[in-house]
Write a protein that binds this ligand. Structure first.
Ligand code: BG6
Length: 298
């Protein structure tokens, strides 16, 4: 493969062919490993040495052209959820299913990184009539940092939303508590209505909540795995918490029936009133940082 040599850093970065069609990029820092697919710029794995994986990927995930992998950190852009006016357009935008270009790999000290890019094309303009440059920077060390920078390269303003849709691995979702959203108002996409969060978020069935006007860090206490996972964010005023619960998991072809107990999505989002208007040549960066503290080191 043409890219495999150009972006190789021995022991730190290399591109591998993958049965699903899209090349995968493997990034290693002294204490951590990341695997990402060039399809979607989609981080699939983040594992720190000697620890269980931080990201969750379904064992029923489908690796195929045009299909988003169920798990990891899908990049949703330029809208989050259903298209605001046209339900025939893809859920969560179109960039999570197309091939991105690899622009750079690098390594220094304990950090290894990559930059991927995506520009508008005839195919993207058919879905969304704007010129853009997207850049995804992935930095791997004792935390995982993913930053999505959107630039308007056209001559008229546009509005965009989006998400870094992190699927986090947990030991038992029924035992977790998510701190950081106390007092924040949310839209409940399961039960309907607008509510205010009281105390930590706990999960005992399907949860699909859009927390509004919050820039807070979320901390997931996970007694079953004996760790706290910390999700920080920037450039985002919406946080989404999602777990499909048993019924919805059964209905999803790429989600094994019993797996909902081992995951929770805590997503850095811009949606609803939090969408971003970009003037020509303006840019916006949506960033998420994921790390964990085990019971032994907290
Ligand atoms: C969440 C949404 O972010 O993503 C849910 O809030 C949605 O409503 C979930 O079901 C998964 O979406 P998809 O398109 O990857 O199945």
């Amino acid at each position: 493969m043409k890219t495999s040599k150009r972006f190789t850093i021995p022991g730190r970065a290399h591109v591998v062919a993958w049965a699903g069609g899209a090349p995968h990029l493997l990034l290693d820092s002294p204490g951590a490993h990341v695997e990402l697919s060039l399809q979607g710029g989609h981080v699939l794995r983040y594992v720190r040495a000697g620890e269980p994986p931080l990201l969750w990927v379904s064992r029923a995930a489908i690796y195929a052209p045009g299909k988003a992998v169920r798990g990891g950190v899908p990049v949703c852009w330029p809208w989050f959820g259903p298209h605001p006016t046209d339900p025939t357009k893809p859920q969560h935008g179109f960039v999570r299913t197309v091939m991105w270009e690899l622009r750079e790999t690098g390594a220094e000290g304990d950090l290894t990184w990559a930059r991927l890019g995506l520009r508008d094309s005839a195919a993207t303009r058919a879905l969304w009539p704007h010129a853009f440059d997207l850049e995804l920077a992935v930095r791997v060390g004792d935390r995982l940092e993913i930053a999505l920078t959107a630039r308007n390269t056209g001559n008229a303003p546009f509005t965009c939303g989006g998400a870094l849709h992190s699927y986090l691995a947990v030991g038992d979702v029924a035992q977790i508590a998510i701190d950081g959203l106390d007092g924040v108002s949310y839209l409940d996409k399961v039960g309907g209505g607008e509510h205010t969060q009281a105390g930590p978020v706990t999960i005992s069935g399907e949860v699909d909540r859009v927390y509004q006007d919050t820039a807070s860090t979320c901390t997931i206490s996970d007694p079953a795995l004996g760790r706290r996972v910390v999700v920080e964010k920037a450039g985002s005023r919406t946080t989404v918490i999602w777990n499909p619960g048993v019924e919805k998991a059964r209905a999803l072809k790429d989600f094994a029936d019993d797996e909902y107990t081992g995951m929770v999505c805590v997503e850095a989002v811009n949606a609803g009133d939090d969408t971003v208007e970009l003037a020509p040549w303006a840019s916006h960066t949506l960033r998420t940082l994921i790390t964990a503290y085990t019971d032994a080191n907290q």
